[in-house]
Design a protein around this ligand. Structure first.
Ligand SMILES: [Zn+2]
Length: 510
């Protein structure tokens, strides 16, 4: 069975999850669901990055131990993932003891390779960014341009990773594996950055106690790159397995896909593969950087007061609506916008009307005209709906394979649109009056079969809605995970008397 491991970033637990994290995780979940539908053995990894001075200070401000703060925020991420129907397999936390074991071992390998040295870091330090800046990068009075807070002058010994040694090796990687960084335009951004010459980067912090101590110098703790990125490896351990690099890498390495926001592309596409090379392990297969979300065309920000809260959104509109909008309306990779009006209009038009109402009307007619019985019959190969439905799976698969959810969704809608039109032109209510029962059955069967196929093809995007549709069509599924790709073959809707009376599968939003 082919294997597919996909990661979201390990989210920083400085605060509650925001919409950007939800967006990445929804997309990763849809990819994982599609791979499962295709029969792959899948591992969806998410988790939390829990170390650093910012966490320490946040916990201090809350007057609680840092670990307690991390536990609380990690639980909030988990709660949101359940609300959003994220079916993850591993939740990797950087404060777990198993993780520090993996980190120490990985560090040792890179150390033995001679790629870590003690250097000196000087500069203006923003605790919010946890980054050193040159004076020229700051606002007046050494104010951080991102946080609008004063930075602190720091002059400290730090350990560095010899990224400069990997310039050529990385350029070879990008040349030999053009698919390594996606989409292509982001790949070009990374290539341009690398071309300017790579500098070694600092991997430790002095005076930060909330972190994993360096094995060779316990006065320093590891900075995010040699901590959080390694959480992807820790996640690969089985629950009962001893934490060792060999165990972690045995089954699932290399990771097939790191799905991330464009802001952390450089770390995943430049730092991370160089670290993997240094540790002597194969490089991950792909890094995909998606775009950012705006609200009504404007950047979201606390100061603008236009931050969308993912909990509110899902509680107000439901999981299917939220997942559908972000996957179907925004091209993964491009920046995207959320507007309330557009959101409501699109979700109502596509899910409530185009798909939901089509099912409801057809089932009501089946109940009225055909004793609510799905007939046993063969639909001719040149039937207009069958022709579309039979061509669809291959086209949809091609879109999903490239993470083009927008395109996959649009393709599926062509089938439900055609079915709506077909219902209007064939007018089963007239055929019924004319006493043509066989024709009524043919029309309704072909429409219901189209809805069934559409529901399965959409299930990576709207798993709950798909499940409700299939249950109405007489399936006794307890979980959408029971589906498989073979079920999208035309003719799969079998003869039976339906049990559940027609009821709308998607309530209109207002
Ligand atoms: Zn800052």
């Amino acid at each position: 069975m082919p294997r597919f491991a996909v990661t979201t970033p390990l989210y920083y637990v400085n605060g509650l999850p925001h919409l950007g994290s939800a967006y990445t995780t929804i997309a990763a979940d849809a990819i994982a669901r599609y791979r499962r539908l295709r029969g792959d053995e899948v591992l969806l990894i998410t988790g939390t990055d829990e170390h650093g001075q910012k966490i320490q200070r946040t916990a201090e401000a809350r007057n609680i131990p840092a670990q307690q703060h991390c536990d609380e925020i990690a639980a909030e991420f988990d709660r949101l993932w359940h609300l959003l129907e994220i079916r993850y397999d591993r939740f990797s936390r950087t404060t777990s003891p198993r993780h520090s074991q993996i980190v120490r071992e990985f560090f040792q390998r890179v150390w033995d390779r001679g790629d870590i040295y003690l250097g000196h870091q000087q500069g203006w330090y923003c605790v919010g960014c946890e980054t050193f800046y040159d004076e020229s990068e700051l606002l007046e009075d050494h104010i951080c341009s991102i946080h609008h807070k004063p930075t602190e002058w720091r002059d400290e010994p730090n350990y560095f990773f010899r990224l400069s040694h990997y310039q050529e090796k990385l350029e070879t990687l990008y040349a030999e594996r053009p698919e390594f960084i996606q989409p292509d335009f982001r790949r070009n951004e990374v290539l341009n950055f690398v071309k300017q010459g790579l500098k070694d980067f600092s991997i430790s912090r002095a005076h930060v106690t909330w972190g994993i101590p360096l094995p060779n110098d316990p006065d320093q703790t590891l900075y995010v790159w040699f901590d959080a990125l390694l959480g992807y490896i820790t996640a690969l351990l089985e629950a009962d397995e001893t934490a060792s690099l060999d165990n972690a890498l045995r089954k699932w390495w290399p990771i097939n896909l790191h799905l991330i926001g464009k802001d952390i592309l450089r770390f995943h596409a430049v730092y991370w593969p160089a670290m993997q090379m240094s540790a002597g392990i194969p490089v991950s297969q792909q890094v995909f950087g998606h775009g950012f979300l705006t609200k009504d065309g404007r950047k979201m920000g606390k100061s603008l007061g236009n931050v969308l809260d993912p909990y509110d959104l899902v509680e107000q509109y439901g999981t299917d609506a939220v997942r559908y909008y972000f996957l179907k309306e925004i091209e993964l990779g491009q920046d995207g916008d959320f507007s309330q009006t557009r959101f409501v209009d699109i979700v109502n038009a596509d899910l409530a009307k185009n798909l939901g109402n089509l099912l409801n009307r057809s089932l009501s007619m089946l109940q009225k005209y055909c004793e609510y019985t799905i007939p046993e019959l063969e639909i001719a190969a040149d039937h207009p709906l069958r022709a579309i439905a039979e061509a669809l799976p291959e086209q949809v698969a091609e879109a999903y394979d490239r993470y083009h959810f927008k395109q996959a969704g649009s393709l599926v809608l062509t089938l439900s649109q055609a079915s709506n039109k077909f219902l209007e032109t064939e007018a089963p209510w007239t055929l019924y009056k004319q006493g043509n029962r066989a024709a009524v059955e043919r029309v309704l069967y072909s429409v219901l079969e189209s809805v069934r196929i559409a529901a399965i093809l959409l299930s990576p995007i709207v798993p709950d809605l798909s499940l409700r549709i299939l249950v109405q069509l007489g399936y006794t599924l307890d979980s959408i995970d029971r589906l498989d790709w073979a079920m999208v073959t035309w003719g799969g809707l079998s003869a039976k008397v339906l049990k559940h009376s027609p009821k709308p599968v998607f309530q209109q939003l207002s």
